[in-house]
Design a protein around this ligand. Structure first.
Ligand SMILES: CC(C)=CCC/C(C)=C(\C)COP(=O)(O)OP(=O)(O)O
Ligand code: MG
Length: 426
């Protein structure tokens, strides 16, 4: 494996956003490292100087109104040149950079972001292509345009403006590419099929969650991890991830990937019998076949750790689920025309609403926009409640990291005109 720690490329970010209420201006929050949250590997120290234990204690004691630290963090940066980071102080809401391609879906609740740092975008794009070609032999030459058109560098830089180095961004970029390779090659348009999907997914999952078996069978399993592009990509991306993630961050990621694979299986089972689920059933499937594994690594990519106990809190779990669901419905809406044009019936929220609720394609699409918007509002309200109830530095930074991932994900979908185009409903 090549040296994964080249020189850091400095970011000119952050940041600005659209019209959020001041307390919810997650994207305008500064990504200053908060004392005690920078360290990923927490030394085994005594009770007084362990920042993780400190965060847990703080939250256990915390059901209290936002204190000065929370207010400072939520208020965002101050001083010369920072007025644009405070929507409430601007006469006009911040608009996306003129260079951003693509239009947002009319009526879709979202927060525009500034253009991602072009220096970082270029460097991540260069390194991810080298990884895909030289380290995991991900795709044949004829898929190069699609790989480039995916623009994973722009995607990950937009979603992780607080990554301390490009190598931290590469953790997210490799996993994103590997996850899409599994989806494309096992489930969808690059040779995927619902037939036999369970076996393929389970064996690929062992690249993330190792098989522990006898000496006799171990070598066969080890060899299998190089057998196809999805497994090579999962194995390599996870090896890099494990160099940075703590054991509990790695386990959180494995759990989220198991959720994702369960979602793929439900989608495949319905495709096999051409079954259209009820709308709520579709939403349940899409809660698992979901972007969740991407925002939940925000702390690893940011070089700090949300302690496992705080990640597991029901309020935090609800925030994460709502964010994952909103981001995934963004995909349903932006990929609607692409999926209509693909062979067979591809389920997405507008298609399911039209079928199960007997409304026109246009009405169904507009209703799906409303469902998305409701989830976004719930996400923001719940995140604010968790921040107020548990204002530990790592919690605040994690909540902000999830929120900027949500915004970056919208930006990428809106601007990726290579993959997506809007229907003619307005
Ligand atoms: C990156 C990641 C964890 C993806 C998992 C789920 C997934 C593939 C999506 C949420 C994207 O949905 P979809 O398969 O519909 O993607 P496209 O519309 O083809 O871009
Ligand atoms: Mg889609």
């Amino acid at each position: 494996m090549p040296d994964p720690s080249p020189a850091p490329v400095q970011s000119s970010l952050p940041t600005a956003d659209g019209a959020r209420p001041a307390l919810l201006s997650w994207s305008a929050l500064p990504f200053v490292p908060v004392p005690g949250t920078e360290a990923v590997a927490v030394p085994d120290s005594g009770p007084g100087d362990d920042p993780v234990a400190e965060d847990v204690r703080e939250c256990a004691a915390a059901a209290r109104p936002p204190g000065p630290v929370l207010e400072r963090i939520l208020r965002g940066p101050s001083g010369l040149g920072t007025v644009g980071l405070h929507p409430a102080q601007c006469e006009e809401p911040a608009a996306p950079e003129a260079s951003a391609a693509g239009s947002p879906i009319p009526g879709l609740y979202h927060h525009p972001i500034p253009e991602p740092d072009p220096v970082r975008v270029e460097e991540v794009s260069r390194r991810i292509k080298a990884w895909a070609l030289d380290e995991v032999e991900l795709y044949p030459e004829e898929w190069e345009d699609q790989f480039d058109g995916f623009s994973v560098g722009r995607y990950m830089v937009a979603c992780h403006p607080d990554a301390p180095t490009v190598e931290h961004l590469m953790l997210a970029a490799r996993l994103m590419v590997a996850e899409n390779a599994v989806d494309d090659c096992y489930c969808e348009d690059h040779g995927g099929s619902p037939i036999g999907l369970g076996g393929r997914l389970l064996l690929a999952h062992t690249a993330l969650d190792a098989l522990h078996t006898t000496k006799e069978y171990q070598p066969q399993w080890a060899q299998s991890l190089g057998a196809d592009a999805p497994r090579r990509a999962y194995r390599s991306a996870m090896e890099y991830m494990l160099q940075e993630a703590s054991p509990s961050q790695a386990d959180r990621f494995r759990h989220d990937m198991a959720r994702l694979h369960m979602g793929y299986l439900a989608e495949a089972a319905w495709a096999q019998t051409d079954h259209v689920p009820e709308v709520w059933e579709y939403l349940a499937m899409r809660q698992f076949n979901n972007f969740r594994p991407c925002p939940t690594i925000t702390d690893t990519v940011g070089g700090y750790e949300l302690p496992a106990d705080l990640h597991a809190q029901p309020g935090m779990q609800r925030v994460i689920a709502l964010a994952g669901n909103a981001t995934t419905l963004v995909n349903d809406l932006y990929s609607y025309t692409k999926e209509l044009a693909s062979p067979g019936r591809h389920l997405n929220l507008p298609v399911v609403i039209a079928d199960r609720e007997g409304v026109s394609e246009r009405e169904a699409y507009l209703k799906a926009v409303e469902v998305h918007n409701d989830l976004m509002h719930d996400f923001e309200a719940e995140a604010a409640a968790v921040a107020a109830a548990c204002p530990a530095p790592s919690v605040l930074r994690f909540l902000r990291g999830v929120a900027v991932w949500v915004d970056g994900n919208h930006y990428w979908h809106q601007t990726n005109t290579y993959r997506y185009s809007l229907p003619d409903f307005w």
